[in-house]
Design a protein around this ligand. Structure first.
Ligand SMILES: Nc1nc2c(c(=O)[nH]1)N[C@H]1C(S)=C(S)[C@@H](COP(=O)(O)O)O[C@H]1N2
Ligand SMILES: [Mo]
Length: 547
C-alpha cells in the first residue's frame, strides 16, 4: 500500500500538476459564470465579485480608499474588481493543483469560496434576504463538481494500472519521471473533452449571465424615459454671460453631465424604477411622518438652482468638483410639512440621515438644510432627469456641504435623529461628522509641466467657497508678490467662479500658485492637509517651463 502510494505520488509529475491547475482555472471560470447567470435572476448586486467587492470597499480603511480614489479615480471600482478576479484566479490554480492529490479537499476549497461570497452577499446593507446567497452557492457547487470531475479524469489514469495488476507493463515506472501516462487512451480524451466542453459551456453561461445582468432594469430605464420635468416655479436666473471666460483649457462654467465627476461605493449602479419609488420621512420630532412618490414630488413646486458639488476626497487641484443646474423640491418645505423644526427653533433632531436604496447613509445638519439655503431633493440635472449614476430618480443636494454629508443619491429614506445617537457610513470610517466645503481654487490652465512660449500666457481656473461666495483670487509667480486675478461674473454664491490672469511669461521654469478669498474674508489657507477627515486644504501650484 505504501509503495502504491509512493508510486502514485511519483506519477504526479509536473504535467499533471499543470493540468490540475488548468482544471482549477476552469472550475473557477465555471463557478463565476454560473454565479453571474444566477445573479441575473436574483439581482446583479448579489454576484460574488460585486458582493465581495462591496464588502471590501466598506472594510477598506479611509486612507487606503482615499489613495485608491486618488490613483485610479473613478476607475477604482474596475481596479478593485480586476484585483478580486486576479486573486480568485491564483487561488483557483492552487486549488486545482491541490485537487490532483486531494480531490475532495480541492472541491471543498471551491465550496469554501462559495461560502465567502454568500456571506458577503448576505452581509451587504442592501441584501434582499437569503436569495442573495444563491449566486455564490450555486456557482461554487458547479465549480466544485467540475473540479472533482476533471481531476477524476487525471487520477483515473494513474489508478488504472495500479488497480489492475498484471496489466501494467514494465514501462510504467519509466513514465513516472515524465509525469502522468497521458497517452493512455480514453483518459486523455476524456479530460480534453470534459475540459473543452466545460470551458465552452462556461463561456456561454457567462456571456448569457453578463448580458442579462446588463440589460436588467428595463422598467427603471423606461420609467426614466417617460419623465417630463415640469418647468420650475422658481427657475434659476440665466447664467450671467460673463460667468464663463473664453480661455482655452478652463473648466466650462456648467459641467456637461457626461463629464460630471462620479464618486460612490456602488459597484453596480442602482436602477430604480421611478413608478414604484417611495421616499419616507420619519424620526425624532417628525410630527407628521410621510411617504412621497415620484409623482408627489413632480406635482410640487419645483425650484431650479445652479450648485457646485464637491467631494471631500478631492485633493488640492483635483477633479472631484462640478457645477450643474439642478431641478428639485425644496427640502426645507417638505420637512416643515412633516412637522420638522430645526434645532434653533426647538427641534429635537440635529442630524438628518438620508438612506439610499444601496444602503448608503449620509448625515447632514438639520440646521443647515433648513436655514434658507437651497437644499433640495433633486429630480433633474442640467434639464434632464437625473442620470442613473447621479442618483435617479431622486438625490439630495445641499449647497456648501461636501457630497458625503449632503448629496445622497438614490435616496429612499430620510430619518431625523441626532449626531450623538447615530454615525452614518463615512463617519463610521473616520470622516468628520460635519463638513462644510473649504475655500479652494484650482489652476486649470496651463497644465502641469506645460511648455508655453514666452509672452502673455493666460493662467486661468476656478475657485469655490459654496454658500459664502468667492470675492478674490490671487496668483503668484515663483516667490513673487500676490497679484489679483480677473474674476468672471458670479452666478450665485453656491457656484464656483472662474478667474484668469494674463501672465507675462519669461523663459525658464516657473511655479504658478493660486489662492482665493471668500466673502467671509477668509483667505484660502496654505496649510496643506489631507482629505481625511474633513477635506484637503492648501494652495494649488503648477510648474511650467516657458520656452
Ligand atoms: N447612495 C450614495 N450616494 C452618494 C454617495 C455614495 O457612495 N452612495 N457618495 C457621495 C459622495 S462622497 C459624493 S462626493 C457625491 C458625488 O455625487 P456625484 O457622483 O453625482 O458627483 O455623492 C454622494 N452621494
Ligand atoms: Mo465625496
Amino acid at each position: 500500500m505504501r509503495d502504491e502510494e509512493k508510486d502514485r505520488r511519483a506519477r504526479i509529475g509536473v504535467p499533471r500538476l499543470a493540468l490540475g491547475a488548468l482544471s482549477g482555472a476552469l472550475a473557477g471560470f465555471a463557478a463565476l459564470a454560473v454565479a453571474e447567470l444566477v445573479a441575473a435572476a436574483v439581482r446583479p448586486q448579489a454576484g460574488p465579485v460585486v458582493a465581495v467587492g462591496g464588502a471590501s470597499i466598506d472594510a477598506t480603511p479611509a486612507p487606503v480608499k482615499d489613495w485608491a480614489i486618488r490613483h485610479f479615480g473613478t476607475d477604482d471600482k474596475l481596479v478593485l474588481q480586476l484585483g478580486i478576479l486576479a486573486v480568485l484566479a491564483v487561488l483557483a490554480l492552487v486549488l486545482g493543483v491541490l485537487a490532483v492529490r486531494f480531490r475532495r479537499v480541492g472541491a471543498a476549497g471551491v465550496l469554501l469560496f462559495g461560502v465567502v461570497g454568500a456571506a458577503a452577499a448576505l452581509g451587504r446593507p442592501d441584501s434582499t434576504g437569503l436569495v442573495d446567497a444563491l449566486p455564490s452557492v450555486v456557482g461554487a457547487l458547479a465549480g466544485a463538481l467540475l473540479l472533482y470531475a476533471l481531476v477524476g479524469r487525471l487520477t483515473a489514469a494513474v489508478r488504472a494500472p495500479v488497480t489492475v495488476p498484471g496489466s501494467v507493463p514494465e514501462e510504467a515506472p519509466e513514465e513516472a519521471g515524465e509525469g502522468p501516462p497521458l497517452s493512455e487512451g480514453w483518459d486523455r480524451r476524456g479530460f480534453v473533452l470534459a475540459a473543452a466542453s466545460a470551458a465552452a459551456a462556461s463561456a456561454v453561461v457567462g456571456v448569457a449571465g453578463r448580458s442579462l445582468n446588463t440589460s436588467r432594469g428595463q422598467g427603471a430605464i423606461a420609467s426614466r424615459r417617460t419623465v417630463v420635468l415640469p418647468s420650475p416655479r422658481s427657475p434659476a436666473a440665466p447664467v450671467p454671460r460673463r460667468a464663463g471666460l473664453r480661455v482655452p483649457g478652463i473648466s466650462p462654467f456648467l459641467t456637461p453631465t457626461g463629464d460630471f465627476y462620479r464618486v460612490d461605493t456602488a459597484l453596480v449602479v442602482p436602477k430604480v424604477d421611478a413608478t414604484s419609488w417611495r421616499l419616507r420621512v420619519h424620526g425624532k420630532g417628525v410630527r407628521r411622518p410621510a411617504t412621497y412618490s415620484f409623482d408627489d414630488l413632480l406635482r410640487r413646486e419645483l425650484i431650479e438652482r445652479d450648485i457646485t458639488l464637491t467631494c471631500v476626497s478631492n485633493e488640492v487641484g483635483g477633479p472631484y468638483v462640478g457645477n450643474a443646474r439642478w431641478t428639485g423640491v425644496r427640502l426645507a418645505d417638505l420637512l416643515a410639512e412633516c412637522g420638522v423644526k430645526p434645532p434653533s427653533r426647538g427641534g429635537p433632531a440635529d442630524q438628518l440621515v438620508a438612506r439610499s436604496v444601496d444602503g448608503m447613509t449620509i448625515g447632514s445638519p438639520v440646521e443647515d438644510v433648513m436655514d434658507g439655503r437651497d437644499a433640495m431633493l433633486a429630480l433633474g440635472m442640467n434639464g434632464e432627469p437625473l442620470p442613473f449614476q447621479h442618483g435617479f430618480p431622486v438625490r439630495m443636494v445641499v449647497p456648501g456641504l461636501y457630497g458625503y454629508v449632503s448629496a445622497c443619491k438614490w435616496i429612499e429614506d430620510i430619518e431625523l435623529t441626532t449626531f450623538d445617537s447615530y454615525d452614518p457610513y463615512w463617519v463610521k470610517r473616520g470622516w468628520a461628522r460635519r463638513a462644510p466645503i473649504k475655500t479652494e481654487s484650482r489652476i486649470d490652465t496651463p497644465k502641469p509641466f506645460a511648455r508655453p512660449g514666452s509672452g502673455t500666457v493666460m493662467v486661468a481656473g476656478v475657485a469655490w467657497a459654496q454658500h459664502r461666495g468667492i470675492d478674490k483670487v490671487e496668483v503668484r509667480v515663483d516667490d513673487g508678490p500676490w497679484q489679483t486675478a480677473h474674476l468672471a461674473a458670479e452666478d450665485t454664491r453656491d457656484t464656483w467662479r472662474q478667474w484668469s490672469f494674463p501672465w507675462r511669461a519669461v523663459k525658464g521654469g516657473h511655479t504658478l500658485t493660486v489662492r482665493a478669498t471668500d466673502r467671509a474674508g477668509t483667505v484660502q489657507t496654505d496649510r496643506r492637509t489631507r482629505t481625511i477627515p474633513d477635506g484637503a486644504s492648501g494652495w494649488h501650484s503648477v510648474v511650467v517651463s516657458v520656452e
